[in-house]
Ligand binder design. Sequence first.
Ligand SMILES: [Cu+2]
Length: 473
Amino acid sequence: MNKKISMLFTIAAVAVMGATLFGSTYTQTQISGQALDINKMDVDVLSQIHEMGGLQLVMPQAFAETDCGVLADSGRNVHEFNLTGMSVTLPIMGGKTYNAMTFNGQVPGPTLRVTQGDVVQMTLTIPEGEVTGHGNDMHASQMSATYFDSVNPGETSQYCYIAESAGVFKYHCSGVHLAGMDQHVLSGMYGIAIVDPADGYKKLMVEKTSGSGVIDRVFYDADALEFTLQYNQLYLTEDGNYDAVAMHGHQNTGTVVNGMQFGYVPNMAHNLLVNGDVNKNIFVAQPWNGLEHKQYQSQLLFVETNQHVRIFMENQGNEPVFFHIVGEILDRVTQGNRVQAAATETWLLGGSQNMIVDIVFDEPGVYAAVNHDYAALYSGAATIFVAGDPFGLNPVLVEKGVIPAPVASYAYALGNPSDAVPPVGLHSIAHPAVNIHGLYTDEVASEMKDNGVIALWEVIPVVAEMLTAVPAE
Ligand SMILES: [Cu+2]
């Protein structure tokens, strides 16, 4: 008897035992209504059950199997996802700090990326000395909620599941036996898992008019330049502690995108490039403007024109997100691998809801992705995309020796911020360069630097010097 059949027999036998001992009719229904007497059970009955497919009749292995050992040997790809729950101090806009709770010292936590059908092996460690226990509820899984229960300081827990459904899925701390879940999540313990469809992403179709009444369908390859945007709120007291009263009243302190208010707006380098002066702001609000901010210094999101851009989005928070890009129309909105809308101006994300936005920026320009709830927009939910070379900087950058030849986007010169760049998937276009940006502890930032991610606060002075140098006679 091979291992799989032997396991099936065991499951069937246990089910029959259970039905007999507890008088349940549930299991009996699953085996064609036969009344089974444990005393008369023989191998024929077991064979019969096996021929019927055992419990697989009602519990497909794909959904039911959560045993890490079994899944490790299932022939599927297994992704280890290792998280550490830790409380740290992180900055907020305005030069203050707050008491954050994090997975791995960063907000949001690391992005997991797998392909539909892969196995996720999630391990959560809570170090000795951490002030509280933490759990992890992964929405990409389909398993008993008991797996998500909290782990005490000094302990580790693990669970495994098959990522059956494609899409974007949040994961978040479940508090201490559910108590304080609001505090832990709204203090930073959240992230996403991207589950790429097993058969890949679809081509993107955009309708264009010819001017003579004819609609031209323009198709873009499935490969795309990808970003992640996660929306949330902060609810804080004056001294940076979680404010439950404010949360219950929906009176937030600020709206964050990938953990920061106004984290993706121009900085001093952009001021210099566009206005010739690091102190002459090119955007109304530049709260993270200065080399001393290091990994927190604001960055822009750079894309090429006529390029397929894919944005993985999650509303991690407590308020709706009315997602809109000023100056653009969302070419396609997908949820759970099903297209929900095309050519739409705004799309609504309720709490713990996700979407994939596919978009092509046709014209060089500056585009603001916002939560079109004005309270959110003015408290942090404004993210700037720059497409192509809207400021006509190519000739200057080439002349000053910053870049050797004209580029299709400023990403080739400055890179895109690391916290908005997901891990590479089935249909990813590689970002020209990535710089260290995000609500990271210094330890996380220096580890990224060791791994070759560009520390822009070291590069900017060099670039500034090149730009302002007086040409040799
Ligand atoms: Cu927690």
